[in-house]
Design a protein around this ligand. Structure first.
Ligand code: ZN
Length: 446
């Protein structure tokens, strides 16, 4: 009896989502915006995990139809009542100040002050998140119950902010692969004290990058932390000449809420990253969602704009705006769960594993079935039904005529991609298969 082909069981990646949650808690108090020291401080802390590079794009730089704005930083911001009591204080919560508030100092009546106050009457205990990037304005956000408690009278307002020429900061960590073909993962890093949106993406990208730095890669991987919209536009403008190397892209964010894992397809709809994500999510417990592209969302709006039409999908859980806590103080570290973080990280890792391992193969003994038993690839005892691995061997041999790639084989055979990939490796090792794309397989999961 021949010994069937044995492969050491693949080490499954078990993400340390507790570490991710700890990082989210650490970064949460920092006031970030589309520019400023908060983003730099956040990226500097991530640099303890992966040695990412910071790029500064000067204010005034044209990026397509946009321009890098002035840099915004906050020293202090508060409101005091006529007795001198502080009733709203940026130092207590970074959401209290409307992002990009212009400097202001003065005394106002309650009626005048109210024009600059924002609350959520339907959620009286939550502080809303508001921005005013492109309109000169100052404002405060507060709990509606605190707004209702304000007595008529005069209030002293201090908005000690600086809006001046500076720069927008991008963070990037590049992992060189054997090929110059690139996978880009983009996450936005412009929100102040909000956890699911956007610290889950910020933290999970750092931990994923560190994990992938341990394994040899086929693609060159680029993790980018940048502000939403203006940041992806700035990145695209700076990288436009080399976008031909970009093979697959993912925008990630909102990865820790209790909603189901959700993949939003690229504008193309049939890119390899779309196929890979559908395959991977289809093997998670029921409840995951794969949705079509729409031009509302995060930075996929820029990557998938018609002038680029890049193969960028998005991995998320709840959609932006689709949960009550979205853009409020209730999106805090307690809202983010460790199991959700772990599942999201696992999904990201597996999608990248498919992109890394997918290849188009050619059967070198295509006339009839080659004898697998004599090559140690198949149990020699007849009669029994083939196991999953033997089944994968048959599917790979049958389909590998230079047409379908391994991901198509896995989908058609209803087998997990890693099993099909291992079968292809074994067949290559036995001289029965060759990579017809010249990109010989993967190592990420080996
Ligand atoms: Zn947001």
């Amino acid at each position: 009896m021949t010994i069937p082909f044995q492969e050491a069981p693949r080490a499954e990646f078990v993400p340390d989502a507790e570490e991710a949650h700890g990082l989210i808690r650490e970064l949460y108090p920092i006031c970030r915006s589309i520019t400023g020291d908060g983003v730099r401080e956040t990226l500097r802390r991530l640099a303890r995990i992966v040695p990412l590079q910071l790029t500064e794009v000067p204010s005034g730089t044209a990026v397509f139809d946009w321009e890098i704005p002035r840099e915004w930083n906050v020293r202090a911001a508060w409101i005091r009542d006529s007795s001198g009591r502080t009733v709203v204080d940026f130092a207590e919560h970074s959401l209290h100040l409307v992002s990009y508030s212009v400097p202001f100092r003065g005394r106002l009546s309650l009626d005048e002050l109210r024009k600059h106050l924002h609350s959520l009457p339907e959620r009286p205990d939550w502080i809303p998140y508001r921005t005013s990037y492109y309109r000169d304005y100052w404002g405060f956000c507060l709990r509606h119950r605190d707004l209702l408690a304000l007595e008529p009278g005069e209030y002293e307002v201090c908005v000690d902010t600086r809006l001046e020429p500076g720069s927008l900061t991008l963070g990037e960590f590049r992992l060189a692969g054997r090929s110059s073909d690139e996978i880009v993962i983009y996450t936005h890093v412009c929100h102040p004290s909000l956890a699911n949106d956007n610290l889950t993406g910020v933290a999970l990208c750092a931990l994923l990058a560190r994990k992938l730095a341990e394994v040899p890669l086929r693609h060159t991987l680029r993790f980018v932390w940048g502000p939403g919209t203006i940041g992806s536009l700035a990145w695209l403008a700076r990288n436009e000449a080399s976008l031909g190397r970009l093979r697959h892209g993912l925008v990630v964010g909102l990865l820790g809420d209790p909603g189901p894992l959700t993949y939003k397809a690229s504008r193309r709809g049939d890119a390899d990253v779309d196929r890979a994500a559908r395959h991977v999510l289809g093997r998670f417990p029921a409840g995951v969602r794969c949705v079509d592209f729409e031009p509302y969302g995060y930075d996929e709006r820029q990557f998938c704009s018609p002038g680029f039409n890049l193969p960028f999908g998005r991995l998320t859980r709840s959609s932006n705006g689709a949960y009550p806590e979205y853009h409020t103080s209730a999106d805090n570290p307690e809202f983010v769960t460790v199991p959700a973080l772990a599942e999201s990280l696992q999904a990201l890792y597996r999608i990248l594993g498919v992109l890394e391992g997918n290849a188009t193969e050619r059967n070198l003994a295509p006339k009839g079935e080659p004898r697998l038993g004599k090559r140690g690839l198949y149990g020699s005892m007849g009669g029994g039904a083939p196991g999953e691995f033997e089944n994968a061997l048959l599917w790979v041999l049958n389909q590998s005529d230079g047409g379908p790639d391994l991901l198509s084989v896995a989908d058609r055979a209803r087998l997990p991609f890693p099993v099909v990939e291992r079968a292809a490796q074994a067949l290559r090792g036995a001289g029965l298969l060759t990579d017809s794309t010249g990109t010989d397989g993967k190592e990420m999961n080996a």
